[in-house]
Design a protein around this ligand. Sequence first.
Ligand SMILES: CC(C)(COP(=O)(O)OP(=O)(O)OC[C@H]1O[C@@H](n2cnc3c(N)ncnc32)[C@H](O)[C@@H]1OP(=O)(O)O)[C@@H](O)C(=O)NCCC(=O)NCCS
Length: 242
Amino acid sequence: MGSPSFGPAVSAPGASCRLKPSPTAHALRLDALQVRDLAALHAVLDQLPEPPWDVEVHGDDLHLLETLRAANFAPYCSGTLFARPAEGLIAPRTPGIEIVAYDNGWAEAFTRAEHDAMEGLAAYGELGSPSGYEWGAGQGSFRIARTPSGELVGFAHADLPDGMIDWCGVVPAFRGKGIGRQLLAAVAEDVVSQRGTHLLAFAEDGTNAAGFLTRLGFRPKGRRTLMIARAGDTPGTDTAGT
Ligand SMILES: CC(C)(COP(=O)(O)OP(=O)(O)OC[C@H]1O[C@@H](n2cnc3c(N)ncnc32)[C@H](O)[C@@H]1OP(=O)(O)O)[C@@H](O)C(=O)NCCC(=O)NCCS
């Protein structure tokens, strides 16, 4: 996502990437993947644990897109990467809503809220339910919004310190009340406290995320396509035509 890569490096002649487990560990992210051709890609894949493997491809990198397709990776989600400075995101308090750090003891309530908020998103369809975020307390910045009765109505998770917001939603009945803004403002505070400088977020096509992020001062940074090789898929071995 244009963020720094800190995972272990894997390389082969003509190919390299860094491994970055997703917070849910549903797929291994091949971050900053560069490949000369299909053979070089296979030389990297041969070094990895079993799929699923997940790659984010920049909109203009048709070579990588086609090479991944030839290795049986399939696109599962397209959208736009947005960014803004972490400093200066202001959010008035929504009456009756408390923003707190996530606790794994809320796993069941989180899974219900996540279903209500994320139903229909391709990224959620790929993760399935439960997504794995329900055990994510203490990993990066993970904030939730809840009502006085303890109902969990929104959530935001981001990597620290790079500020990549990888999971954020508000249940439909509580949208339009400033809760999403408050959640991202709380995440921004965590990013700044870890000396991060920016917030990054992916707006999936066909959702309301782009309008929301634009309103919060985010700016588009480019198109992205997410590709996945799922467990049980056999990576293509035909190196012809690359
Ligand atoms: C995107 C989402 C998190 C927004 O949550 P929310 O609580 O309704 O957002 P807020 O009420 O805090 O809205 C904040 C601002 O964005 C604006 N906004 C919200 N949705 C918008 C849209 N679709 N288009 C334009 N502006 C929008 C609001 O008017 C508000 O403006 P203001 O603060 O200047 O008054 C929520 O709609 C959602 O869960 N969507 C599905 C999941 C998703 O797409 N997640 C990815 C998020 S990056």
